[in-house]
Each structure stands twice: as structure tokens, then as C-alpha cells.
Design a binder for this molecule. Structure first.
Ligand SMILES: NC(=O)c1ccc[n+]([C@@H]2O[C@H](COP(=O)([O-])OP(=O)(O)OC[C@H]3O[C@@H](n4cnc5c(N)ncnc54)[C@H](O)[C@@H]3O)[C@@H](O)[C@H]2O)c1
Ligand SMILES: O=c1ccn([C@@H]2O[C@H](COP(=O)(O)OP(=O)(O)O[C@H]3O[C@H](CO)[C@@H](O)[C@H](O)[C@H]3O)[C@@H](O)[C@H]2O)c(=O)[nH]1
Length: 328
């Protein structure tokens, strides 16, 4: 039996495909390559196409023996979603609707869904627990919450079992350096700081230093991309064993401010990275830190690379050797 990975040519998807290969699983990838890279897909049957292409989904589900789906494909940038909310509802919510509809029709009963810390909005407390209020501060988080709800109702009506994984900030790269992070244009903090370390940018702009945090900059919980990959595999196992749906946070439980991330990158790279102050980016909550106790207890998930130094080192290894990402 095979696992269908949507968005498997993207950053987290490609690392998960690599991890699934290492576990001996057969993997099929669907990606429209709007953001992904074909060279990031290791050892999987590849379909280039859209989530909303129902006839393509029919072909994928009929010509392969798929018993589970891991669903990464989405638009996923907080700032962009504030500027282009309708694109986010169309690609994320409507795209997922077509996928879920086709899963139900083809009797595929298990899905692991990429949700996000952005479903919480400004947390009422940190570390955040799964049953804390979900009040997104940006359209992106709202689309992910809508998909979680669609999955919940689909479980009740059709017995479609889902695990929604609310990841905090994915970072790092394959420790062996085979694949890494390449978003174009790049908007994520760690790759931007490392591009500055490589001299590809003059400096890093810090988006706001007037947040209610110790140094005034936003605090995030950075989690290694391969630890996320491992959690998907554990989530699938749990779905097969228990046939119960669930929602889990995935983070390390430690927060780092933007300034602390830049300092760690300076330390790891040995480069003098210039930073300038800029205004706040719309939609950013001040602090996001996970409690992942539930994932640890119920999925048996233990992050293998929990320190920010390791995460940045693996990212730096990738960026140093692939300064232009997947571009030849
Ligand atoms: N990067 C993070 O820190 C983070 C944190 C929390 C949640 N997530 C979620 O994880 C998932 C993966 O994130 P990522 O950083 O790897 O993003 P990414 O942009 O690198 O990967 C998404 C992939 O999906 C593909 N895609 C998008 N829309 C599609 C569509 N309609 N049909 C087919 N393919 C489509 C893109 O081409 C891309 O390869 C997303 O759902 C995102 O919301 C990411
Ligand atoms: O040039 C930059 C880029 C980012 N930031 C700040 O750095 C922090 C992290 O930003 P970024 O790396 O863009 O990640 P987030 O906006 O926190 O979002 C990521 O993490 C979320 C979960 O927390 C996911 O849902 C999103 O998909 C993923 O992009 C934020 O405070 C940004 O304002 C800067 O100050 N300067």
C-alpha cells in the first residue's frame, strides 16, 4: 500500500518523503510545483497537478493502492495571506475540499493534515495546548482552522480519520545535506538570515521591536523539519492502530526571539550578519510556543534535533552548499 503526499515537492513535504523512503514506505507525490522543486522529490512516483483537478485525483486513487494521505499542499505565508485572503481560501480550503471529497469517494480513510500554530492567534497562555482557544490573527491560520473543521465533520459523517498536526516554525534541513529549504521568494526568518550570512542580502530586517516580549521582537518555537517528518509517520501509525482522529501541537517548547535567532546564526556561521529595524508585519502574533506533551504521550514523538544550534547548523550546511537552492 502507498501513501499519497500532496505538496511533496515543497520544503516539509520533501523531507517527509525522504523520511518515509527511509522507513521503506511506497510514496506517491502530487504537487503543482507552484512553490515546490522536482529535484527535492526523492524516490517517489510524481504527479504534477492541482488539488482541485478531480479527474487527476480519480486517476491517482484508481491507478495506485493508496491507503493514506499526508496533505501538505497549501499557500502558507502569514503576511501574504493578509494581502491576498481570497487566494488562500481558494487554494487551501477549496483545494482541500476536492481532496477530501475524492478520498471519501475512493474509500481512503486516513489523512494526516499540515495544520499550524497560526490557528491559535494570540495565545491566552504559553506554552499553548491543543484545547486552548483558536482565534487566528491572519487569513492563513483561518483557512487551516476551516480545514480542521471540515475534517472533523467528515469523520462524523463518512468515517474519514484524521490527525491534524499544528506545527510551530519548521526549520533546518536534512542533516546529510541532500535536500533543504528553498522558497522563492524567501520569506522565512532563518533562511533569510543565512542568505545575509552568505552575502546574498545586505542585512536582515527585523519586523518590529515593540512587541510585549523581553527584547521587543517576536518569539517563535523552531522545530527541525525532520522531527516534523517523523511525527507524520507516527501519526499515520496511530491512525492505523487506533482509528481515532486527533489534533497535536509540534514544537520544542522553547521560544526564541528574532534577535536571538539572528545571534544564533552569527554564532553558527561565524559571520557578522547585519540587522536593521523595520515595521511590524501584518498578522504576526507576538509569541508562539508549543506544549507538545500530547504528541509525546500519545504519539511517542521525541524530537531528535531539539536545539536551535543544531537546527541552524543543518540549515547552514544546506545553504552553504546550495547557495542558489535547487537552481542549477
Ligand atoms: N514552514 C512552516 O514553518 C510551516 C509551519 C506550520 C505549518 N506549515 C504547513 O506545512 C505545509 C508545508 O509547508 P512548506 O513550508 O513545506 O511549504 P511549501 O510551499 O514549501 O510546500 C507546499 C507545496 O505544496 C504545493 N502546492 C501548493 N498548492 C498546491 C495545489 N493547489 N495543488 C498541488 N500542489 C500545491 C507547492 O508547490 C509546494 O511544493 C503547508 O500546508 C503549511 O501551511 C508550514
Ligand atoms: O525577514 C524577516 C522574516 C521574518 N521575521 C520575523 O520572524 C518571525 C518568524 O517569521 P517566519 O519565518 O516568516 O515564520 P512565521 O510567520 O512565524 O510562520 C511560519 O510558522 C508558522 C507557524 O508558527 C506557519 O504556520 C507558517 O506557515 C510559517 O511560514 C516572525 O516574527 C517574523 O515577523 C523578521 O523579523 N524578518
Amino acid at each position: 500500500m502507498a501513501i499519497l503526499v500532496t505538496g511533496g515537492a515543497g520544503y516539509i513535504g520533501s523531507h517527509t518523503v525522504l523520511y518515509l523512503n527511509q522507513q521503506g514506505e511506497e510514496v506517491i507525490v502530487l504537487d503543482n510545483l507552484q512553490k515546490g522543486h522536482i529535484d527535492a522529490v526523492q524516490n517517489a512516483k510524481f504527479y504534477q497537478g492541482e488539488l482541485k483537478n478531480e479527474s487527476l485525483l480519480d486517476e491517482i486513487f484508481t491507478s495506485n493502492q493508496i491507503n493514506s494521505v499526508i496533505h501538505f499542499a497549501a499557500n502558507s505565508l502569514v503576511g501574504e495571506s493578509v494581502e491576498k485572503p481570497l487566494e488562500y481560501y481558494e487554494n487551501n480550503v477549496i483545494g482541500s475540499y476536492h481532496l477530501i471529497k475524492k478520498m471519501v469517494e475512493h474509500n481512503v480513510k486516513n489523512i494526516v493534515f499540515s495544520s499550524t500554530a497560526a490557528t491559535y492567534g494570540n495565545p491566552v497562555k504559553v506554552p499553548i495546548q491543543e484545547n486552548d482557544p483558536t482565534v487566528p490573527t491572519n487569513p492563513y491560520g483561518d483557512t487551516k482552522l476551516a480545514i480542521e473543521k471540515m475534517l472533523k465533520w467528515a469523520d462524523g459523517a463518512y468515517g474519514l480519520k484524521s490527525v491534524c498536526l499544528r506545527y510551530f516554525n519548521a526549520a533546518g534541513a536534512d542533516p546529510e545535506g541532500k535536500i533543504g529549504e528553498d522558497h522563492t521568494p524567501e520569506s522565512h526568518l532563518i533562511p533569510i538570515v543565512l542568505q545575509a550570512a552568505l552575502g546574498q542580502r545586505e542585512n536582515v530586517a527585523i519586523f518590529g521591536d515593540d512587541y510585549p516580549t523581553e527584547d521587543g521582537t517576536c518569539i517563535r518555537d523552531y522545530i527541525h523539519v525532520l522531527d516534523l517528518a517523523a511525527a507524520h509517520y507516527l501519526a499515520l501509525k496511530k491512525l492505523h492502530e487506533t482509528e481515532e482522529s486527533g489534533v497535536y501541537n509540534l514544537g520544542n517548547g522553547t521560544g526564541f526571539s528574532v534577535k536571538q535567532v539572528i545571534d544564533t546564526c552569527r554564532k553558527v556561521t561565524g559571520k557578522d550578519i547585519a540587522a536593521i529595524m523595520a515595521t511590524r508585519r501584518a498578522g504576526d502574533p507576538a509569541v508562539l510556543i508549543a506544549s507538545s506533551e500530547k504528541a509525546q504521550t500519545e504519539l511517542g514523538w521525541i524530537p531528535k534535533y531539539p536545539t536551535l544550534e543544531e537546527i541552524v547548523s543543518h540549515a547552514w550546511n544546506w545553504h552553504k552548499h546550495h547557495p542558489n537552492g535547487y537552481q542549477k
